[in-house]
Design a protein around this ligand. Structure first.
Ligand SMILES: Cc1ncc(COP(=O)(O)O)c(C=O)c1O
Length: 404
């Protein structure tokens, strides 16, 4: 079949928002209540039911959710927290902003998630906790992580920003109390979006009021009620807090997204598996793993890793060539320790990197790219992505033959 470039640009992700979400937003606007209020409270209840947990507290982002988690757990200056570099930088920056040191452990090549075999060597007397990142929506090997954490008296906060709807041993990510908290993101690319937003799932009742307080100026809990008929007009500030509350306008979207989430994830799974099938004979790329009974993927991202040695070009050139073909891709992620600030930071803190470096993180970090994946992607879109990949590979090979 002859190749035709796609006529319009295909982004790597796009939120799927229906008329229900739009009507609900209009309802909020017309009701006169647009910031945190009854819909935010209802959305929290829906999230709790979905995840099978008692407490799920919403706020403006997963980044703030992680900042507040670390503060509530009492992270002190100089305390160490173990995580991976193949993540969004907020996993590390929230630790640093709290005065802590993010200590990096390498990832496993197959999953791109924390390698439990390398975890224990990173523990020192200053280690307080571990933040495993469920990258791409594929869960980390939590039994191994929990066993190590428990042996050393460490807490675990799961960075589940990408993992809404993922399962571990048949249970929703975040609903096992062996992790003190888990944080999720509702950013527009995520499996469930509210525009921006995030939440903390937690199991210990003692932390609930503190988290509620810290997301809203340190004011006594449920302060939004002061503008209702039953509320007192007075506020009492208990400590300095953030302005990180979640609006009813966001909840209006979330209340409908959560009803669609399982359907969205099933469709994502179909697209993911169809990519696996369509790309299986291309030896220039390494395909992602689809998970299994234990590690239940929610198919947030489909990440290819290019073999530059077989292709003759690096990832960035490949991504640029695909863009010329009107195919958008994402990079999830450029390893955090490659960024300007973190290069300097780890020069100052060499003890926070393994002695033999992060070879697997860097191997994947140089090669990875995320293909278009969202529930509304059509088979025709997908065929065009695959055709463009094959075309770019053919062009690249033809060029390297000419150069020879
Ligand atoms: C792994 C990971 N952690 C944390 C975050 C931060 O989420 P948010 O944008 O909601 O702050 C993201 C978002 O992209 C992420 O992918």
């Amino acid at each position: 079949m002859s190749y035709h470039r796609r006529e319009t640009f295909l982004p790597f992700s796009r939120p799927v928002i229906g008329q229900e979400e739009i009507d609900e937003i209009i309802d909020s606007i017309q009701s006169g209540w647009i910031t945190t209020g009854p819909k935010a409270a209802r959305f929290e209840a829906e999230l709790q039911a979905y995840n099978g947990v008692q407490h799920c507290l919403v706020m403006n982002s997963a980044t703030t959710a992680q900042e507040i988690s670390l503060q509530v757990l009492g992270l002190q200056p100089g305390d160490e927290v173990i995580t991976t570099s193949l993540t969004w930088v907020s996993t590390l920056s929230t630790v640093i902003l709290q005065g802590g040191v993010p200590v990096l452990v390498d990832v496993d090549r197959k999953t791109m998630n924390i390698d439990p075999l390398k975890l224990e060597a990173a523990i020192t007397p200053r280690t307080k906790g571990i933040i495993p990142v469920h990258l791409t929506g594929l869960p980390c090997p939590m039994d191994e992580v929990w066993a190590i954490a428990e042996r050393h008296g460490l807490w675990v906060i799961e960075d589940a920003a990408q993992a809404m709807g993922a399962h571990y041993r048949g249970n929703k990510i975040g609903n096992n109390p062996r992790s003190v908290m888990s944080v999720y993101s509702f950013h527009p690319n995520k499996n469930l979006t509210t525009g921006e937003g995030g939440c903390i799932v937690l199991h210990d009742d003692r932390f609930v009021d503190r988290v509620k307080r810290l997301r809203f100026h340190g004011i006594e809990t449920d302060a939004w009620k002061r503008f209702t008929k039953d509320g007192s007009p007075h506020t009492e500030v208990m400590e300095p807090g953030r302005k990180a509350n979640f609006m009813d306008l966001q909840a209006a979207i979330g209340l409908h997204q959560i009803k669609k989430l399982d359907g969205f994830n099933a469709r994502r799974g179909q697209i993911f598996r169809r990519y696996l099938e369509l790309l299986k004979d291309i030896e220039e790329v390494l395909l992602p793993w689809e998970g299994d009974e234990v590690l239940g993927h929610c198919f947030h991202l489909f990440v290819l890793r290019m073999h530059p040695d077989k292709l003759g070009v690096d990832r960035d050139a490949f991504v640029a060539a695909l863009k010329e073909e009107n195919i958008g891709t994402g990079i999830h992620y450029r390893p955090a320790h490659f960024h300007h600030f973190y290069r300097g930071y780890y020069e100052q803190h060499p003890e926070a990197l393994p002695k033999d470096g992060l070879p697997e993180t860097e191997w994947s970090g140089d090669r990875l790219m995320s293909l278009p994946l969202w529930p509304g992607l059509t088979e025709q879109d997908q065929d065009q992505v695959v055709a463009a990949i094959k075309q770019v590979i053919a062009n690249t090979k033809a060029q390297s033959t000419v150069m020879l």
